[in-house]
Write a protein that binds this ligand. Sequence first.
Ligand code: ARG
Length: 460
Amino acid sequence: NSQKLWGGRFTGEVDPLMQLYNASLPYDYKMYKVDLQGTKSYTSGLQKLGLLTEDELSEIHYGLGKIKEEWENNTFIRLPSDEDIHTANERRLGEIIGTGIAGKVHTGRSRNDQVATDMRIYCRDILTNNLLTYLKELISVICRRANEEMDILMPGYTHLQRAQPIRWSHWLSFYATYFTEDYKRLQEILARLNVSPLGAGALAGHPYGIDREFLAQDLGFSGVIGNSLVAVSDRDFVVEIMFWGSLFMNHISRFSEDLIIYSTAEFGFIKLSDAYSTGSSLMPQKKNADSLELLRGKSGRVFGDLAGFLMTLKGVPSTYDKDLQEDKEALFDSLVTVENSILIATGVVSTLTVDKAKMEQALTMDMLATDLADYLVRKGVPFRETHHISGECVALAEKLKLSGIDKLSIEQYKQIDARFEKDLFETFDFEKSVERRNATGGTAKSAILKQLENIQTQLQ
Ligand code: ARG
């Protein structure tokens, strides 16, 4: 222990299991680059204060560059005594440039403001370069299909019962709209987390008056966290990202559930490409929608990451306690899971094939019963009454075992209500039914095109 960074006051050894239990390097090594980046800016700040000479600073920056190379080439040797990425990098810096200079790097800094800084930069990079970028691509792929396959009609469902005809593009636009909200929500989280904790010290602030605004600017933050206690202890951004991930996975899960149903032989609306399906080890004929089932299934682990860390956080007294180290495994697991899920979903949507005929065969005339009621509304009959009349028509067709309400004769219609006229049969047209729904947000072509345009504007 006396060899450890904090070993001065210790005489006894740490229990070997405690050593492992305490170590976060096995997962926080992922932050090696942002940790070096933070130290680079921090030491520049120290130099501005006169706590490092120009020569010392360039030695340090040289050493940090070397360490980065080692991590990138996979030659960085981790020692059992390395507790976390911060101590590992500092230990190695001492070996490269000598502890005389490396020993000055941590002046006024604590791992508490250091880890908080690393985490925020790490999240910012992943959100910007991966999540937002991939999500935009997913939305574009969905919108492209919606534009190209505008002429395909399908049953719209409520309670999973055939309800009214909609365009397949309307279903696509439904999820594109959800994912666009996810996109905007993530941008807001990104803006909120991009503030700097660096220079807050262990909790009480910086004893040499470091220029925290300079550190923030140098690291690409939009400002500093204005209370040093908050700076070291705040993990709300971790919670927000995992909540975001949970909500996104909730959307992805519903999306997958729809497609799983649509891909069954009973529906036959879509076929997954081989690239996103797998077979059965026993039944030769099987082609399973594993990609979609995993998207649906993995949503559970992301909810679990969120719930677990919230549980950890609720008992932590103000400022830094070691409990906070538990933020990483949960967050990193969520990030990787969500990132891969976006990529898989994008692959699924861009390669699946739609069976237009199957979708349209699934449209039945009773799905136009609302339109039939609307027909009488246009003749001045109150809707509550027309709803009842149309219901009687459905019941009569059923009783006579006709294939649909379009097969009743005009006489039979007139018997139910004298206000029916021959032009009622024009109601029985699925295309006309969807085109009538041209108010904002509806399933008419013009209304869907507006939705898609809106999405494009919001993504800019
Ligand atoms: N590995 C630690 C973490 O991830 C770094 C901060 C340690 N700070 C401390 N005072 N022990 O939270």
